[in-house]
Design a protein around this ligand. Sequence first.
Ligand code: ZN
Ligand code: MN
Length: 487
Amino acid sequence: MSEFSVNIGCEIHVELSSLHSKLFCRCPITYGAPPNTATCPVCLGFPGVLPVVNEKAIEAVLKVALALNCKINTLTKFDRKNYYYPDLPKGYQISQKYLPIGYDGWLEIEVNGKTKRVGIADVHLEEDTAKSIHGEEAGDPTATLIDFNRSGVPLCEIVTYPDMNSLEELEAFMVSLRQLLLYLGVSECRMERGQLRFEASVSLRPKGSNQLGTRVEIKNLNSFRAVLGAVEAEIKRQREILLSGGKVVQQTMLWNEALKITEPMRTKETAHDYRYFPEPDLVPVVVDEKWLNRLKAEMPELPKQRFERFMHEYELGEYEARLLTAAPVTAGYFEAATKICGDPKAIANWMLGDLQGLLNDAGKGWDECPVPPEHLGEMVKLMREGVISVRIAKELLKEMFTTQKSPRQIVEERGLVQITDEAELRRIIEEVVAANPKAVQEFLSGNEKVLGFFVGQVMRATKGKANPQLANKLVREALEQAKVTSS
Ligand code: ZN
Ligand code: MN
């Protein structure tokens, strides 16, 4: 790779899935609803209907543009992008070409401890198309059916400059952008549902040259893995062409996940002339100071701020703070649980350790965690109060996970309260000591390590309910006693 520098850019379509209705009509935004049930004459593209813009969609894109440090156009308007396709019955898509909501911003990424700004060329609002369902999925290998539920769903399109120079930077950009969008609450960003869609452009230039090479766009990327795989394959393809003295052709490629190669799209589809012109059915939108100031005041805490706050307010390490603020769902969970028990360190450890393990085993994400944060907080509180030991807590958490019961309820039902009664523990220790004369002999001959063995035996006899500190202390006392008696 040393002889070429790589430039990677992205175009991202984000479904504003958190909104209640579509961009130009009042139809709901649905996923998985029966086909063509969330439609009306406007989003079906009937002639003679008029679009009415959803103000909330403009606000959502304004928030994205602000969070991406963009300049904001005080006058923003819509344009028609003309093309013919069965999923676009009007024959044009209402988009923004000349005065997008935001432009010239940046997103900060971090790779190997170094921060870098990826430039954002354009942030605009447009409508989604309907969805084509082909072949077997449509119940007929020769058929294509159209589902208009997606038609007119608001999309925020983000276009970057080709500022990324490696796969690592590309991955960091995708992760950071998704995180930012989740924090803004504009979309659920579920890529498998098409709520977040990436297209990439790749070009190579000789090292040292500052003139960009011919760029190739890649579509059909429905996961981070696909984007990274496709860009890697495309870099390799272009490099081989250039090394053999050939020229890269400017074109659009499709990612073939099965063959791990990029393939040219049919040229007919790449020869675009969209004949953009101002949308005559919609008036331009004035974004005044007052509106912008209100939105700025309404902006949620963003990932970087939350990460820094977690480090100073909860005294978490960088590693823990980063993991916990990776998504608003984990950050919110952490704060809610900590509020109950006042022990941020313990909550962080349980979340990143045992609870994450249980979620992984169950194939669940934090948004479907069966243990509510209040329960985890209560469990840590029970430990702090000395009611349960760590070992019991581990068992308890498993049961909380499967039964969804509160820790207090399980502790009461199963009598898991820790044994802190000295007399009761002494009696158990006496039995353990009597049952292990050999180990007692070892202790008497100076092997202190057998202390741990005895504490372990006490834990086993009490099914982990003995208070560990107390058990330790009483075991030592009992063995010292044995020493006295034997001498
Ligand atoms: Zn509609
Ligand atoms: Mn678009």
